[in-house]
Write a protein that binds this ligand. Structure first.
Ligand code: MIG
Length: 673
């Protein structure tokens, strides 16, 4: 059951598509403090709290304070409170089990037993919000109910499930050609190459550098002949430059965010002085979206939207202020205070909250200051794109994922997990975010495999790939200046071929589970707690996940580990895919096991009476045979699998013809219904 309660007058986020009637009765579970603008709930000592989408720390969010405040923060450390997204949904599971979704576009705080161990306190910065209380039979049911009101998740084209190679920065056509050639020559599968900001002419959205990419349409053609999709980045800020048509047109029509005095708000981002299109204004959004046509017309079928928190390096006013202050430091002693003041001052320049109060959106004729709707910007940039794709390419699925997001954006695109680091701890963080994101409707997601910032190592890339082969978005991406980390840069090429190749073999299962999660409003990745709620051990496990109904994964996330401990909540079959092409299968009893996992092994666990459909693999998704399947299975009596199979580019997602039922008997007989 979903109950909607209205507090003040919410600024419409359009996250919820079918709003239930507002309730007038008492707000359940929480104590409401209107003055303090907060909801408090007394948690039972053993209650677990799930959700909040993209954020730091555990699957169980207890013991920290989180914020919904879309932030460009490349340090995904434990002491952070917010990353790029604002996902205001959580489920308390314990003495009482219920979900709460706070539909509120400004900054929110979720104190989950941080200030006081057993208190959950949600505080808003303004008392204008809708709060939904959801109760149901269990956590999965509650999640499903939320998903029902916020709408169906975005569906990526099937080629978007192939392996993608990215790096900031591939500077020109030849560099891209080289990446593709290396993969193809060595037989490392590949489906896409991502273009970062350097493909543009001086970081101008919807332009191409015509020296480095002289004939982009032709180049796209050349790539497509090799089954490679080029996926360019689009940034939120539009360069201020006379004669640049996007800028000129935006100014002429008044589509950029403005300051109080009505002049456009200018901030420094990649192109230098830049303006933010008013993504919250329908006309401006339509206009921005239509600009993607420039690239669609040249054969592009996918994009990633970046810097849309929106990220601000600095503004002119703030820079002037800082420079003035710095001037007053002359003659002072060079003590630590001065040093701290000075470094603090300089670092305060970027994404400063004060700057978010300097500009306005025109929402249905009303001027709304940005900070009140901060968390809707990235969402609406991606919505601009998604809605434009529906207009411009109605019959085609376009790959789209964003950095910043809010619940509601899941209808228009996926997300990637932003600027992680080449740290072992970030494999685990990547994994822990998957179920939380799935809860909020973000199913097409993945992290920068190998790590974005810092130098990576061969073993880290391999181990990370061994997780990445399961995530819908499987992309190796790295920051400029870091160690090169394309698979072919390393020594054990066979190992990389094996691990990446396995993705393509597992695709029938991964794609099918993805589509079912979307169509049925379910989660592709779940913590063990959601399926084994009465198993005291299982509910605490945070480094293993269920993938779909039949599979459990348990990636290795420590350097130099020979394997790891795995907890099995029931008897399962372990399947080990080895680099020499052999597969080892072993039925294991419920309980704890130490599993050896060589650097190029991939180990999965199959639940009883389940089967995993697989293919022969391929060099790209196009090669994969989704019809003549092979199976790995653990059949005690009979296994039944609901297989989703479509052509991967059409949009009739809910057509029942895409479903078939695969039965397998104990002696391996397969029938398909
Ligand atoms: O300020 O475009 O998260 O993936 O490579 C950095 C350059 C801007 C941030 C993105 C990252 C991308 C980078 N961008």
């Amino acid at each position: 059951m979903i109950r909607r309660f209205v507090f003040g007058k919410m600024i419409e986020t359009e996250a919820v598509q079918n709003k239930p009637e507002a309730q007038t009765g008492e707000f359940p579970f929480f104590t409401v403090d209107e003055k303090e603008m907060s909801f408090s709930y007394k948690m039972g000592e053993e209650d677990r709290v799930y959700g909040l989408g993209e954020n730091v720390r555990g699957i169980n969010k207890r013991g920290w304070i989180y914020e919904s405040k879309c932030s460009d923060d490349p340090d995904h450390k434990e002491d952070r409170r917010a990353l790029y997204g604002a996902h205001n949904f959580l489920v308390v599971d314990g003495e009482e089990t219920f979900g709460i979704f706070v539909d509120y576009p400004g900054i929110l705080t979720f104190d989950v037993g941080y200030t006081s161990l057993n208190e959950l306190k949600i505080s808003a910065s303004d008392w204008n919000l809708d709060a939904y209380i959801i109760t149901g039979t269990d956590v999965k049911d509650i999640v499903k109910q939320l998903r029902k009101i916020v709408g169906k998740s975005y569906v990526a084209p099937r080629w978007g499930f192939g392996y993608g190679q990215s790096r900031w920065s591939y500077m020109d056509e030849d560099e891209v050609r080289e990446v593709v050639k290396k993969h193809r020559e060595l037989g490392i599968p590949l489906d896409s190459v991502y273009l970062d900001i350097d493909y543009m002419e001086r970081y101008k959205d919807f332009t191409l550098n015509d020296e480095t990419f002289p004939d982009f349409a032709k180049f796209n053609e050349e790539m497509k002949e090799q089954n490679i999709h080029l996926v360019p980045i689009i940034d939120a800020g539009v360069k201020q430059e006379e004669g640049y048509s996007v800028y000129e047109e935006g100014i002429e029509k008044g589509y950029f965010c403005k300051k109080e005095d009505g002049t456009p708000f200018v901030a420094a981002v990649w192109p230098g002085k830049a303006l933010f299109p008013d993504m919250l204004n329908k006309e401006a959004r339509d206009w921005f979206g239509d600009n993607y046509k420039v690239l669609l017309d040249q054969g592009v079928e996918g994009f990633w939207n970046d810097m849309n928190e929106p990220s601000i390096f600095y503004t002119e006013d703030r820079l002037a202020e800082v420079i003035e202050k710095l001037g007053t430091y002359k003659g002072r002693n060079l003590d630590l205070d001065l040093f701290n003041e000075f470094t603090g001052l300089v670092s305060s320049l970027s994404s400063n909250v004060e700057d978010y109060k300097m500009f306005y959106h025109n929402m249905n004729g009303e001027q709304i200051r940005h900070d009140r709707v901060h968390n809707l910007f990235g969402y609406n940039m991606t919505r601009a794109a998604g809605e434009a794709f529906e207009r411009l390419e109605p019959d085609k699925r376009i790959l789209m994922f964003s950095r910043s997001s809010y619940i509601g954006m899941h209808r228009y695109g996926g997300i990637w997990q932003g600027d992680n680091r080449s740290w072992w701890s970030h494999i685990l963080l990547n994994m822990k975010m998957l179920p939380s994101l799935n809860m909020c409707g973000f199913i097409y997601t993945g992290a920068d495999l190998g790590g974005f910032g810092s130098d990576t190592t061969e073993d880290l890339v391999l181990r990370w790939l061994a997780l990445g082969i399961f995530t819908p978005l499987m992309r190796n991406h790295a920051c400029m200046g870091t160690r090169l980390q394309e698979a072919y840069r390393f020594e054990d090429i066979e190992g990389f071929k094996h691990v990446i190749g396995l993705r393509y073999r597992l695709l029938p299962y991964i794609y099918s589970e993805y589509m079912k999660a979307v169509v049925n409003d379910e989660m592709m990745f779940r913590p063990l707690a959601f399926d084994y709620p009465n198993d005291k051990r299982a509910v605490k496990v945070e480094d293993q996940l269920l993938l779909g109904d039949g599979m459990m994964i348990a990636p290795v996330y420590e350097q130099n580990a020979a394997g790891r401990y795995v907890y099995l909540p029931e008897n399962m079959k372990m399947v080990r895919f080895k680099a020499d092409g052999t597969t080892e299968e072993k039925i294991m009893e419920a309980g704890d096991h130490y599993i050896e996992v060589a650097l190029t092994d991939v180990v999965i666990f199959i639940r009883p009476n389940h089967l995993i459909p697989m293919s022969n693999g391929g060099q790209c998704v196009e090669d994969v045979d989704f019809e003549n399947l092979q199976y790995i299975s653990f059949v005690e009596d009979e296994a039944v699998y609901q297989y989703y199979h479509d052509n991967g580019y059409e949009k009739d997602y809910e057509n029942p013809e895409h479903m078939s039922e695969i039965h397998m008997t104990k002696d391996g007989q397969v029938t398909v219904k």
